[in-house]
Design a binder for this molecule. Structure first.
Ligand SMILES: [Cu+2]
Length: 655
């Protein structure tokens, strides 16, 4: 009987899914009409003109982050974060390999999810962007002056780092909640004994105000639910953080059925200021843990990886008044807080209605101790006591909500493939627009802040079919840009994305443009192997290691002839780009190297390792077109047998 129920449920879920895919919206656009011309004008950015907004779109399983312009939908850059990136040599050069170090060793690929931009006083400040790695839990920080990943911290006791990475109003914390609950500490135990024994870690990573240096301040060890998404409180609710949960059943098998048994799961409301105070007074316990903290130093152009050995953990039942559970219907996915901080929206994936909780009502219920019970010592509030209202039957399969600057909310519906606009406070549906495919996240520039901008919204599609010219079985995903400045949403543009556009953060371009860096100053280069002029050029042997201190400038390498290298040597090319002009990188590649080529920015030093296996005279060259004489930018390295008497020598122009 149980199995029959299970398969019926599966069938219903599957058919809903296919109904959803069949809904190819967007067809209302009339071909060739005057309307189409107007729409084209709205996204046209003339040659030489700039887009008004940056969109930072997660690459999902690519592990990286891509940068787009809005409204044009042009992709400007891919920023390598959690995955090796041949274009720049990130994760291949000796200087950047430590960025991908973890307690599990070197991991060349990651799964990036939710980017969020740093804030000051609840407004986006354009300094940093944070993004989580879901698979091997990590949080990265990207410096928006250079668009480079400058710090990655691993998150211990966590697994499937999904309800991350969202920042508080003054970037006090970047928060990383686990998706899966696991044994904490990890140990060998029967999976059947999950219930009551597994825990979910919610990590609060402090961000040092000046340089953005990250540190795990504390972890809250929550009951063994799954923690899906999270958002910070703001305004009056600043100091709180909200996490959606599913699988409050604490099942470990066939979750698509077994985690859908309870009528309501929870949104966990965490008063982080209270826990911070508890921790500042010595609360919590230091627990042994192993996690990597990787920092890229812009002065030495080198990353270091440090293995940390302990983390502070807090049991929420030790801090009365710090954590409460708000019942929320049917496996909520999104957990979004409106710009005023009053409304907390929990989108139950299997719920007919959208549930909106009230922060004021929550405080009131807490004050009057109106509890429905508790879960592992954490008080559960009554659903009716905290409910602000609900949006009745807005669509099928709600996932995520963002807000504009006029008191409206926009929610995506995966199964019915649409974005629905509704009014905060009255809960009435104002507009709905089909998305061409099943939609996941959506983004409004300034989202997750007190000041979202009501001009553009873009929806990111989960399932891609035939929107573009075919490229074989695999198509790139896509996003769709809407104008939301009027009463009705208007579809403006489709644009392909790279990897899975899981979520995005977007902001005005001006905040970044004025801070953008053009070069690295050569006099500030403190790389231990830098050669800042041709006088510093040398080749040094240490046993079977050979270190080449090399310079590049249009259009030669110095030295360009090297002899005395032997089979079995490990050759380090430390290359300093002497240029001090905007956007004049030089590349480096030598035959047979297996660490990819390098791309070295003006003023930077980068190192490539080459282990020659064959005797001969081998060429190296510049891989980035740098001048009219780029083809002439080359050199030779002579490799002799292991026991050869040839002495180490190097030269440029025979000198
Ligand atoms: Cu997500």
């Amino acid at each position: 009987m149980k199995n029959i129920i299970k398969s019926t449920l599966l069938l219903v879920a599957t058919s809903l899914f296919f109904i959803g895919c069949g809904n190819n919206g967007g067809k209302e656009q009339k071909k060739g009409g005057a309307l189409e011309n107007n729409v084209a004008e709205k996204v046209y950015v003339a040659p030489g003109e700039h887009d008004s907004h940056y969109a930072f779109i997660s690459g999902g399983y690519s592990g990286n982050l891509t940068v787009y312009g809005l409204p044009s939908g042009r992709m400007f850059k891919e920023i390598p974060v959690f995955s090796q990136f041949p274009t720049s040599g990130y994760g291949y050069s000796e200087e950047t390999k430590p960025m991908l170090n973890t307690s599990h060793g070197f991991i060349p690929w990651g799964d990036s999810h939710h980017p969020d931009i740093s804030q000051t006083n609840g407004e986006i400040d354009g300094r940093f962007i944070f993004i989580n790695e879901n698979n091997t839990p990590r949080i990265a920080k990207i410096d928006l002056r250079t668009f480079e990943t400058t710090e990655i911290i691993e998150v211990p006791n966590s697994a499937g780092n999904h309800s991350s990475s969202f920042v508080t109003e003054n970037t006090e914390y970047v928060v990383a909640g686990t998706r899966f609950s696991v044994p904490v500490p990890q140990r060998d135990m029967p999976i059947k004994e999950y219930k009551g024994n597994f825990q979910g870690a919610l990590s609060f990573i402090s961000v040092e105000p000046e340089h953005g240096h990250m540190d795990i301040k504390f972890q809250i060890l929550m009951p063994g639910f799954n923690y899906d998404l999270s958002h910070p409180g703001r305004g009056a609710s600043h100091g709180w953080f909200f996490f959606s949960t599913y699988n409050t059943e604490e099942a470990s098998t066939l979750l698509e059925v077994n985690a859908s048994q309870n009528d309501k799961d929870f949104i966990a409301a965490v008063n982080w200021k209270k826990i911070e105070e508890y921790v500042n007074n010595g609360g919590g316990t230091m627990m042994p843990a192993e996690y990597a903290h990787n920092v890229y130093d812009e002065v030495t152009h080198t990353a270091t990886s440090t293995m940390k050995k302990e983390v502070r953990v807090v049991n929420p039942s030790e801090v009365p008044g710090a954590v409460y559970l708000l019942p929320t219907p049917k496996s909520p996915h999104g957990c979004d807080v409106d710009p005023t901080g009053e409304y907390i929206i929990g989108n139950g994936k299997l719920s007919a209605n959208l549930t909106v909780h009230s922060f004021t009502k929550m405080l009131d219920a807490i004050e009057n101790k109106k509890f429905a019970g508790d879960a592992y010592g954490i008080p559960i509030l009554n659903f009716e006591d905290v409910l602000a209202g609900s949006v009745e039957q807005p669509g099928l399969g709600p996932l995520h909500t963002e807000f504009d600057d006029k008191g409206n909310a926009y929610t995506t519906f995966f199964i019915s493939s649409e974005v629905v606009k509704w009014k905060l406070g009255t809960w009435e549906v104002l507009d709905r627009k089909p998305t061409y495919y099943s939609v996941g996240h959506l983004t409004i520039p300034g989202g997750n802040s007190r000041k979202p901008q009501g001009k553009y919204m873009f929806a990111m599609n989960k399932i891609t079919k035939d929107r573009y010219l075919p490229t074989g079985p695999e198509l790139e995903h896509s996003a769709q840009l809407y104008d939301i400045s009027g009463d009705k949403m208007e579809l403006l543009l489709d644009f392909p994305t790279h990897g899975e556009p899981h979520y995005a953060a977007a902001m005005e371009a001006d905040l970044i443009k004025k801070r953008s860096r053009k070069i690295y100053k050569l006099e500030e280069n403190n790389h231990p192997y830098a050669a800042k002029s041709d006088a510093d050029v040398k080749v040094v042997r240490k046993g079977n290691e050979v270190h080449i201190y090399m310079t590049t400038i249009r259009s030669h390498f110095s030295p360009d002839n090297i002899e005395g290298i032997k089979v079995g040597d490990k050759v380090y090319f430390h290359i300093t780009n002497l240029e001090q002009d905007f956007d004049v990188p030089h590349g480096f590649a030598v035959i047979g190297q297996n660490t990819s080529e390098l791309l070295i920015m003006p003023g930077q030093t980068k190192t490539s390792v080459w282990e020659p296996t064959k005797v001969g005279v081998w060429p190296f060259y510049c891989t980035d077109f740098c001048s009219a004489l780029h083809q002439e930018m080359q050199g030779y390295i002579r490799v002799s047998p292991k026991d050869s008497p040839i002495k180490l020598s190097w030269s440029l122009d025979g000198e």
